[in-house]
Write a protein that binds this ligand. Sequence first.
Ligand code: 5AD
Ligand code: SF4
Length: 445
Amino acid sequence: MKSDSQKTFHVKSFGCQMNVYDGERMAEMLGAEGYAPAAEGADADLVVLNTCHIREKAAEKVYSDIGRLKRADGSRPTIAVAGCVAQAEGAEIARRAPSVDVVVGPQAYHRLPDLIARAQRGEKAIDLDMPLESKFGALPKRAGGQRPTAFLTVQEGCDKFCTYCVVPYTRGAETSRPFADLIAEARALIAGGAREITLLGQNVNAWDGADERGRVIGLDGLIRALAAEDGLERIRYTTSHPNDMADGLIAAHGEVDKLMPFLHLPVQAGSDRILAAMNRSHSVESYLKVIERVRAARPDIAISGDFIVGFPGESEADFEATLDIVRATNYAMAYSFKYSRRPGTPAASMDGQIDEAVMNDRLQRLQALLNEQQQAFNERTVGRTTRLLLERKGKHDGQLIGKSPWLQSVHVTAPGLAIGDMVDVRVTSAGPNSLGAEPLMEEVA
Ligand code: 5AD
Ligand code: SF4
């Protein structure tokens, strides 16, 4: 509860799930500093915009949001810009938007309370440091969100340097969080009500560490250790790089019941020439081979991906090769984007930048194919019995929305069910973005 004199805050996260996770940690930290959450940005005493720099549109959003924080009486909250735009643009943000008080990068947000204090003394407080000592040790312990699903960042940064991507610059070098810290954090999340944990990392399948006996383990070892935790029902992970799909991780998909049958494995493009220009360091063939092995381990696995159309130099034939790899893989869902030229990345200065109209046309054709595959995947689920974890209320009375093991949103109506329950259902209908189901009620004697 908020008392009248208590300061309030609002954290707004854009972009990826890692930002959502960071946003939650910032909120917990501000709570520990005595701030109370406010529902709306402009009403709060402090607003943190936790930004995304991955594509130009995402990065520009922050400036329109800052503009909207002015109150009717002309005053404004204290404004902090965090996340990847902060890291990439730094002091430039405060120049372009003078109302910004604090600029803090993704590896320095544990210092937010101190930065806010400096801002309140009238300074522009900017911290883009990437300290060797990780922020995680300085953050308050997890309280658990009382939500049935939780994110847990296990790995950060990226050393792959795909030529279009800002992540290696904004998030820094690839680092894995220690095993013991992750088990402790997972236990706190489970104690706080989490029944599903999604392990997060820019390159999550490159996670490595040493278990409690000092043995070197990969992500599969962490997943197996978490699967032994009572109360945790489901484990997911994202995002993975094709080259880091180790044998043990593939095997885990066939062996660990709690590991959900879903793999987000971006390929970006279907032409070896473009993959080389992107510095992806895998080929079409090696990607398809990984998919084949994952499917051999877990035949019903849902495959998801990311695609970029209109990378510099992409010809019509290159683009058609992307359609070919989509047909060969057969995705359950996917994200697709027009190439966005990001300052400071190698691809930004490459010859052969593609016309917007050509990109629009290619994106439309790609998305038509991906939507068809997603609808077909959803239709194949109809008639199956499966288990849902109920996550939120639906639009209709008594309706709840849960996730299937394959990450589909499923609507179900049944008296007596609550958010956080797991329920056995039969899928009865499929739309492009969600399914309908009815509960399999046990006969009551
Ligand atoms: N332009 C368009 N899409 C991009 N992505 C990353 N960088 C860019 C860019 N410059 C996409 C990739 C990545 C996803 C998170 O965002 O598909 O997998
Ligand atoms: Fe970016 Fe490539 Fe690293 Fe993914 S693997 S975060 S696309 S550089």
